[in-house]
Design a protein around this ligand. Structure first.
Ligand code: NAP
Length: 298
């Protein structure tokens, strides 16, 4: 069996075209979605991610506002900026690029962002929403994986899903989102004993560990769907995922490549969440206008 390669670039382009159409609909209500992006320090990878996010915003018509702070900035200065952005009507999403410098409290920063503008989906309220199946904004990377499965018409209900990686931003929300879709889910992590005894059970295997070649063909059931979230830079400069792509491809039914699989979806879902936020705010503004009109005419 040779797996079908899930083309994240193509699926992402199709979702971005929908994003553009949604932005055009909002323009008819005089609303331009706005995303504030905060970068603290000058980590090269973070700088590239921020640049890519801002470029992607421009492509679909989202206005972006960039705030740069030096690595030695006092956390209170960033908190103050977030509080101002929480109040701004032209800002519908607020993103703080991670990781933060060591003297910052991650939870303090994330929990200052208004839940209604938390387009990364990292606020505790959003995380709690995942548990009860009532998210305000699904976190972008696992949301992107869900969209890839939807676009390929891969059913999730009743399937055995193994998620390798238990981080707060990928593994755990991924597991919760697929459980919410009635999959039977198991999460593995670095302390899991004999990883292969779990991965071999997977109808859908999602790998987000950050370890090149962690998943080899012997660990994969024939016909499994394999989603590789990992991004690893090898010493020779190549970018690879966590899965032995060439080997596993001969056993799986579907597989995502790295690059070109989950990666492009993450930024796309950030755009989608930002537009969703603008749509919600436009709707609630319209509802309050109608209420005002009704009360003045009686
Ligand atoms: P992370 O915070 O380092 O978490 C890695 C997780 O993998 C941890 O739960 C860890 O277990 C587990 N793990 C590590 N080694 C393992 C092993 N040998 N066997 C089983 N589990 C193992 O990383 P992350 O932020 O979740 O990111 C994971 C990977 O996805 C990275 O390569 C990252 O670059 C990539 N990523 C990609 C995107 C994208 O858009 N495609 C977005 C975000 C992240 P413990 O909890 O026990 O330590």
């Amino acid at each position: 069996m040779i797996a079908k390669i899930i083309d994240g670039v193509k699926i992402s382009a199709s979702i971005r075209a929908e994003c553009k159409a949604r932005v055009e609909r909002l323009a008819r209500q005089n609303v331009v979605p706005g995303l504030a992006v905060i970068l603290i320090g000058s980590d090269p990878a973070s700088t590239v991610y921020v640049r890519n996010k801002i470029r992607a915003c421009a492509e679909v018509g989202i206005r972006s506002f960039r705030f740069d702070f030096s690595a030695d900035t006092e956390p209170d200065a960033v908190i103050e900026t977030i509080e101002e952005l929480n109040q701004r009507a032209d800002v519908h999403g607020i993103l703080v690029q991670l990781p933060l410098p060591l003297h910052f409290s991650l939870s303090r920063i994330l929990h200052t962002i208004s839940v209604d503008k938390d387009v990364d989906g990292f606020h505790l309220y959003n995380v709690g929403g995942l548990v009860v199946g009532d998210t305000v904004f699904p976190p972008c990377t696992p949301y992107g994986v869900v969209k890839l499965l939807e676009y390929e018409g891969i059913p999730v209900e009743g399937r055995n899903v193994i998620v390798v990686g238990a981080s707060n931003i990928v593994g755990k929300p991924m597991a919760l989102m697929l459980m919410q879709r009635d999959a039977t889910v198991c999460i593995c992590h670095a302390k899991t004993r004999d990883l292969a005894q779990f991965t071999i059970l997977a109808d859908i295997l999602v790998v987000a560990a950050g370890r090149p070649n962690l998943i080899i063909p012997q660990m994969v059931r024939t016909g499994a769907v394999v989603i590789d979230v990992g991004i690893n830079r090898l010493p020779d400069g190549r970018l690879v995922g966590d899965v032995d792509f060439e080997g596993v491809r001969e056993k799986a039914s579907y597989i995502t490549p790295v690059p070109g699989g989950v990666g492009p979806m993450t930024v796309t879902m950030l755009l989608s969440n930002t537009i969703t936020s603008a749509e919600r705010m436009a709707q609630s503004f319209a509802r309050s206008r109608i209420k005002d009109l009704a009360s003045t005419s009686t």
